[in-house]
Design a protein around this ligand. Structure first.
Ligand code: NDP
Length: 429
């Protein structure tokens, strides 16, 4: 694996970047690096993935660089349309790298399958019966997916919850069975759904109730990944701002997000700016990750910041991010989407647990990138510099004209398509 420090990558042409990566064997073979567009997703493959296909919808794929996590280098594939995100992640990863890198941990790969039972004549008695049959139910669930058990995973535990015990509505009262399943390196939605569906007839028999829903929970709070960084303030200094000023600004910004849902939503959106692109690039289900992450941000009863930022006794800035991370390195679209396979090869992770830890590290970096900009120059300076290029393109600029028009827009502090059109017309004259 090559280092993820690639100075000057930003200034190379796309072709030069591909050549470099191919020469370092970052792609699994040289050909793949040169055929990223044509092989990205053949329409015949897409037609077998979803319904009513009429084409494919490409996104830019950039690389987050400089990531050092638990002493290992990662080149991070990021599929995203928003400017600045990849640059910002790489910038912060470089700072964290100089501070020793990210450290991470994970709780394991236990996902939850839910079975909803209604209409039991005696809910308490039904619960007791199910718990008495716990081992048999776990065995039955595993019998529905023996290959998972053979890999060292499978159903491990089972709990029964009573919801709305005192509800007067005939629809309110229910019993919910939670089956805890180690899905190994798969995200596990289909695996879990197969397992819980197989239990439904037995559960109806045991409870004398009716089973309705049998599906995984995307609130994967037993499949957590956590990233941490410790940054000496001197590494945070920028422009006219001292490292201490930036550090204190970041902690103040965190306290704002921790106290106010209006701010927390935007704060967390910035975290997902880092998380979604790698989840998408690796062929994972970003809706599932999004849903779980936001629910986890509200786990204490109020929607709050996903990250925490504080200082230690020596004045270092400490950042932490813990989230449910139901991602896989196998299964789902990963096995059919050629770009997902390229992304996994680039990342070089050995397990879903390792992938989850890389993802939260990127989310933490992205958060610091946004906060550092917000508490210093403001977000627009960096953002608009890149945004100006797409504004120039929207106004009809092509080739070398794009950079020229973008530069003029920034200079004149008017990054609007209308203004860009005027400049393009002048340029063409
Ligand atoms: P799959 O149905 O593809 O199952 C994963 C397969 O990978 C397993 O069946 C297993 O097959 C194989 N496998 C190979 N190696 C391993 C390993 N080391 N660990 C585990 N499995 C391995 O995908 P998932 O069950 O992961 O489901 C993910 C998909 O489900 C995503 O596309 C998601 O969008 C979708 N989905 C999401 C839902 C949600 O979030 N609410 C709901 C429904 C679907 P074998 O054992 O036969 O070798």
């Amino acid at each position: 694996m090559i280092t993820s420090r690639i100075p000057g990558f930003y200034n190379m042409t796309v072709e030069e970047r591909r050549e470099l990566l191919a020469s370092k064997h970052v792609f699994d073979d040289e050909k793949k690096g040169h055929s990223l567009e044509q092989d990205a997703l053949p329409v015949t493959t897409a037609d077998n993935m979803i319904e009513n296909v009429i084409g494919t919808y490409p996104l830019p794929l950039g690389l987050g660089l400089n990531f050092l996590i638990n002493g290992k280098d990662y080149i991070v594939p990021m599929a995203i349309e928003e400017p600045s995100v990849v640059a910002s992640a790489s910038h912060i990863a470089k700072i964290v790298r100089n501070a020793g890198g990210f450290t991470t941990e994970a709780t394991g790969r236990v996902m939850i399958g839910q079975i909803q039972v209604v209409g039991c004549p005696d809910m308490e008695a039904a619960k007791k019966t199910l718990l008495a049959e716990k081992d048999a139910l776990i065995n039955d669930a595993n019998a529905a997916y023996p290959s998972l058990v053979a890999r060292g995973g499978g159903a491990e535990d089972l709990e029964v919850r009573l919801l709305n015990e005192n509800s007067d509505s005939k629809y309110g009262k229910m019993l919910v069975v939670h089956v805890y399943i180690n899905t190994c390196d798969a995200m596990g939605a289909n695996i879990i759904n197969t397992m819980v569906e197989s239990l439904a007839p037995t559960i109806e028999q045991l409870t004398k109730g009716k089973v309705f829903l049998r599906i995984l929970s995307n609130y994967a709070d037993r499949c957590l990944a956590k990233a941490k960084c410790v940054i000496p303030p001197e590494l945070l200094a920028t422009g006219d701002f001292t490292g201490e000023e930036v550090r204190d600004g970041v902690v103040h910004a965190y306290e704002f997000a921790a106290s106010d849902p209006y701010r927390a939503v935007t704060h967390n959106k910035g975290i997902m700016n880092g998380i979604d692109p790698i989840v998408i690039a690796t062929g994972n289900d970003w809706r599932a990750v999004e849903a779980g992450a936001h629910a986890y941000a509200a786990r204490h009863g109020k929607y709050s910041s996903m990250t925490t930022w504080s200082t230690d006794d020596t004045g270092n800035l400490i950042g932490e991010l813990e989230l449910p991370m139901s991602v896989g390195t196998v299964g789902g679209s990963i096995r059919v989407h050629p770009m997902a396979q390229v992304a996994h090869n680039m990342l070089n992770v050995e397990s879903a647990e390792e992938l989850a830890q890389v993802i939260v590290s990127v989310g933490l970096a992205q958060n610091l990138g946004a906060l550092k900009a917000l508490v210093t120059d403001g977000i627009q300076k960096g953002h608009m510099a890149l945004h100006s290029r797409s504004v120039a393109m929207a106004a009809g600029a092509t080739g070398e004209m794009i950079d020229i028009i973008a530069e003029q827009l920034i200079k004149q502090k008017e990054i609007r398509v209308g203004k860009a059109k005027e400049l393009v017309e002048e340029y063409i004259k």
